[in-house]
Ligand binder design. Structure first.
Ligand code: NAP
Length: 273
């Protein structure tokens, strides 16, 4: 997209992007500004956020606000919730901030695991609760939740991380079920391995991964945004054969009407008293 196109992109409201100081979130911020969104950028590192805000403003002439906040800390999280509740220009929430690790469950520090849950689950949930009532009242708005392929393949990395991302997927599916008819769009994005600081931060250098399974962050975000524009509920940028997801989802839906019964399944040999 050239600068003239960027400057003339139709205004789409404001997107609040969490974890915008690096990696996937920083690319979302840039791409969304190019598509006509003003931005609120959220993360802890003010210096990196300010540098990104300046670059995006120069490139796109969109308004970019920076909110430095530790989303794992209740008082800072509350400031971002207030912003989402009170700023009616916000039309898109990108719940991207998250941390992961590859350490086995039993070898992991439980305090670190609960800090991961605080960020990946609690913050994402509270921010969604802060944003969605306004979207419903105004009859439009969207939430993009960054899950992960480990949400459906929890054996791949640390299981608490996989559990948090399974939560994000299930929460997104349920939000869509509840809110689609009220004008609120929801997308869960399930990236595979993506080349960002995530790996170094989580204790596994990117260089140790097979490059054939690692996507660049710009490619991942561009594919995810194409999925968003195609109104996908679940987007898996690295899954080439979408029929595999469709079969998985069809099997889940077909089973769902058989999951509750007054009689234990015959294989458990329970005789009612
Ligand atoms: P990243 O480059 O490490 O980005 C993580 C972002 O989250 C940073 O902007 C970081 O900024 C922010 N963050 C971390 N802790 C925070 C806190 N307590 N409060 C506020 N912000 C915080 O990694 P990434 O790959 O872009 O990760 C983005 C999302 O993608 C995560 O949800 C991750 O689980 C998901 N994902 C990544 C991959 C992958 O392979 N990279 C695959 C699947 C899913 P500050 O340090 O400035 O706070």
């Amino acid at each position: 997209m050239n600068t003239a196109t960027q400057a003339s992109a139709e205004y789409r409201g404001t997107a609040l992007v969490t974890g915008a100081s690096s990696g996937i979130g920083a690319i979302y911020a840039q791409r969304l500004a190019q598509r006509g969104y003003d931005l609120v950028l959220v993360a802890r590192d003010r210096t990196r956020l300010d540098a990104l805000a300046e670059r995006i403003t120069n490139e796109t002439h969109r308004s970019v606000e920076v909110l430095d906040a530790d989303l794992g800390e209740r008082a800072s999280l509350a400031r971002v919730e207030t912003k989402l509740r009170e700023d009616a220009s916000i039309t898109l929430l990108v719940n991207n901030a998250g941390i992961g690790t590859h350490t086995p469950l039993i070898a992991s520090d439980v305090d670190h695991m609960t800090r991961m849950i605080d960020l990946n689950v609690t913050a994402l949930t509270r921010l969604t609760y802060a944003a969605v009532p306004g979207f419903v009242a105004r009859g439009h708005g969207a939430v993009i939740n960054i899950s992960s392929i480990v949400g459906i393949a929890p054996e791949i990395l640390n299981g608490v991380y996989g559990g948090t991302k399974a939560f994000v997927l299930a929460f997104s599916q349920s939000l869509h079920h509840e809110l689609a008819s009220q004008g609120v769009r929801v997308q869960a994005v399930l990236p595979g391995a993506t080349a960002t600081d995530f790996w170094e931060t989580g204790g596994l250098p990117l260089a140790q991964l097979d490059s054939a399974i690692v996507m660049s962050a710009p490619d991942m975000v561009d594919a995810a945004l194409a999925g968003f524009e195609n109104r996908e509920l679940v987007t898996i940028p690295s899954l080439h054969d979408v029929a595999q997801w469709d079969a998985f989802e069809s099997a889940r839906r077909a089973m769902s009407s058989h999951l509750s019964s007054n009689t234990p399944a015959a294989r458990y040999h329970v005789t009612s008293r």
